[in-house]
Design a protein. Structure first.
Length: 264
């Protein structure tokens, strides 16, 4: 379904912790057609007297078609997201989307593993929900600096098993996460890998996926301008059949084959 520009009333907008906010909007029928991994380009209000010239891309955190709502979980890091944070219930958010290529899933799979860090966990939530709807088991490995920044653990707990790995206790170290993944592979609980939010975790899943023949997908995080392809701001390098290839994250992705992704 083609993307559209729509004005979506803000239903709820609350701080989750000191850095992240949870935004819920009343969505149009086209917006509700968004697929896991796709995104919207949001027209954020300015947080100060200056102007914001570009929209900000935000992946979807939750799709609630029954109540006609789309949800975002985002981190405040710059003028765009701090401007977005000023919206209150009753305000309208200008959204363009759905945009990009989303995740895919094979209904024949028995169990998938999602591995993300920080705000990347929000991007992985919808594919986990879809897997649950298909009757596919989910193990979600949530990486964060500390317990305060473990995102969406309550949502993931509703669809599968949750393992939190933290910087504060050393469990987020690559070798510790690798041990968890290797254990899941040995138990045949890893028919596919999904990841977002961390280069080192991407590289880990890519290596294990190649070694064990496990398919996977990664949602790439990238600065964008138009979100529609013509500006080429979001170009990244990928490796396809042994050759380097440039692709636009906004229109060719943001979801890509795990084995074709190149770290940054």
């Amino acid at each position: 379904m083609p993307a559209e520009e729509s004005l979506c009333p803000v239903i709820s907008h609350k701080w989750v912790n000191s850095e992240y906010k949870h935004l819920i909007v009343d969505a149009s029928p086209k917006a509700l057609a968004v697929k896991p991994g796709q995104f919207f380009n949001l027209l954020c209000p300015s947080p100060d007297a200056g102007e914001l010239w570009l929209r900000r891309p935000q992946s979807v955190y939750r799709i609630d078609r029954e109540n006609r709502r789309v949800e975002f979980l985002y981190k405040c890091v710059g003028r765009g997201t701090y401007g977005l944070a000023t919206l209150e219930p009753g305000d309208e958010l200008n959204m363009v989307g759905p945009l990009g290529v989303g995740f895919t899933i094979d209904p024949a799979w028995q169990h998938i593993v999602v591995l993300g860090r920080g705000v990347g966990l929000a991007t992985l939530a919808p594919i986990s929900q879809l897997a649950r709807e298909y009757g596919i088991g989910v193990t979600a490995i949530l990486s964060a600096r500390s317990t305060e920044f473990v995102m969406a653990d309550d949502l993931f707990a509703k669809v599968g098993d949750v393992i939190a790995v933290l910087d504060t206790d050393g469990t987020s170290a690559v070798e510790r996460v690798e041990a968890i993944l290797t254990g899941l592979i040995a138990k045949r609980r890893a028919d596919a890998f999904y990841t977002c939010g961390s280069n080192r975790l991407l590289q880990l899943m890519k290596r294990l996926g190649k070694a064990h023949g496990i398919p996977g997908q990664v949602a790439m995080e990238q600065v964008m301008a138009c979100g529609l392809g013509p500006c080429y701001v979001c170009v990244r390098t990928f490796e396809v059949n042994g050759k380097k290839e440039l692709r636009r994250v906004c229109i060719d992705g943001p979801v890509f084959d795990l084995q074709e992704a190149v770290g940054w």
